[in-house]
Design a protein around this ligand. Structure first.
Ligand code: URC
Length: 313
């Protein structure tokens, strides 16, 4: 028999930790019309005097993982997110100093960086940047498919994995409501998507002057991003059409554009239970399920040839 009161266990518990992993928190700071974003994936792992919950199931020392999640969101509101390090230090200190049984906190944070979308008319100085439109850092993948049957060429190019966000100028309301509809109407929401797009060139034979492919890609990407940034959006469908229409309108070498746009939902976190007001500042970035908005935008009179499912291209 062990000296302490607990009966000896034939099987001994080793290192253990628990907490809520991958809390996706987006914090918007509004400096007038200019918004700043911090986008983190925060994982909390706590350890300490946790033998009993494993051996007997007593939760007396257990701060729920749900509470650790709430703490992440409440701290984002109350203290802001100056840096991932500062935020992590703050959280770790809180868990260890406020809960007697917790002796160690490990906070892991991934940070997703965002750059402002360049606005129209900006020169090399970059002074002209969108106040609330962002593109996630880390390059997209550029794609192309060339088909040649000995007579006719078909070139379809595009991109995938280009993540963009507008932190305002997006609404969604006036939709059909049936007995299963619970979605509240939104008059100021975040609009974010991961663009997958393909565009078909009208260059089809060797007699025609070939487009400058590099220039075409840069300009198409630019027009697409500007349309995303500048459209006051009433739906992602409307934004999609504007992105395609702007490409068709500015790039004579392209006749058809198809987009597949997942609606990357950002839900306002309810901070009322902690006595905090969430003034469109702290969001939960959900990864699934997501709305998926897909459409082709065509030059009038042209044929639609890009397949419905872009993964087949
Ligand atoms: O832009 C949107 N389009 C929709 O069709 C839709 N449906 C939904 O629930 N949210 C949204 N947002």
């Amino acid at each position: 028999m062990a000296v302490n009161s607990r009966p000896a266990h034939p099987v001994i518990l080793g290192q253990n930790q628990y907490g809520k992993a991958e809390n996706r928190v987006v914090r918007i700071t509004r400096d007038g019309a200019t918004h700043h974003i911090k986008d983190l994936n925060v994982s909390v792992a706590l350890s300490g005097d946790m033998d009993e919950v494993h051996y007997s199931g007593s939760n007396a020392n257990v701060l729920p993982t749900d509470t650790t999640k709430n703490t992440v969101y409440a701290f984002a509101k109350e203290h802001g997110i100056e840096s991932a390090e500062q935020f992590g230090i703050h959280l770790a200190r809180h868990f260890v100093t406020s809960q007697q049984p917790i002796q160690r906190a490990r906070i892991r944070i991934e940070e997703y960086a965002w750059e402002r979308i360049e606005a129209a008319g900006s020169g090399s100085g970059g002074a002209n940047e969108a106040a609330h439109s962002f593109v996630r850092k880390g390059q997209e993948t550029r794609l192309t498919q060339i088909t040649y049957d000995g007579g006719t060429w078909e070139v379809v190019s595009g991109l995938k994995d280009l993540v963009v966000m507008n932190s305002t100028d997006s609404e969604f309301w006036g939709y059909v409501k049936d007995k299963y509809t619970t979605l509240p109407e939104a008059h100021d929401r975040i609009l974010a998507t991961e663009v997958s797009g393909r565009w078909r060139f009208n260059w089809t034979d060797d007699e025609q002057r070939m487009p400058d492919w590099e220039e075409s890609y840069e300009q198409t990407r630019k027009h697409m991003l500007r349309a995303f940034a500048e459209t006051y959006s009433l739906s992602l469908q409307q934004t999609l059409y504007q992105m395609g229409a702007r490409i068709i309108g500015h790039r004579g070498e392209i006749d058809e554009v198809r987009f597949s746009l997942p609606n990357k939902h950002h839900f306002l976190v309810d901070l009322e239970p902690f006595g905090l007001k969430n003034d469109n500042e702290v969001y939960f970035a959900a990864d699934r399920p997501y709305g998926l908005i897909e459409a082709t935008v065509l030059r009038n009179g042209c044929e639609a040839r890009i397949p419905e499912d872009l993964t087949n291209l």
